[in-house]
Design a protein around this ligand. Structure first.
Ligand SMILES: [Zn+2]
Length: 108
């Protein structure tokens, strides 16, 4: 109820959704994939060029090599690039990511 509450995991996720795009830059996105960051689910997805599928950041499948990974803001963008949804994490079953990307403007 109190907006000034310290950010816990759940709050961080809510905060991420509030700011829209908190994973600006491929380095930050890759870190989210490495950590299998659940708070990044729905914020972006990543596609693996060697398998032709795209995943949510927290996907439990084997982590791809960095050089084979491409990042997309939405599932639709990944599909437009020719990738299919991962059958394991079903990234396209997530609630739609916020369409707002303006938070990226604060990125270095
Ligand atoms: Zn997956």
């Amino acid at each position: 109820m109190r907006p000034s509450q310290a950010a816990t995991g759940t709050d961080l996720r809510a905060m991420t959704r509030e700011t829209g795009w908190n994973f600006a830059g491929d380095a930050a996105r890759w870190q989210a994939v490495v950590r299998r960051a659940r708070e990044a689910d729905g914020v972006f997805c990543y596609a693996v060029t060697t398998t032709g599928v795209y995943c949510r950041p927290s996907c439990a499948s084997r982590r791809p090599r960095r050089e084979n990974v491409r990042f997309y803001a939405t599932c639709a963008a990944a599909e437009a690039a020719g990738f299919g949804p991962c059958k394991r994490c079903r990234p396209n079953a997530l609630p739609a990511a916020p369409a707002r990307c303006e938070a990226a403007k604060g990125a270095p």
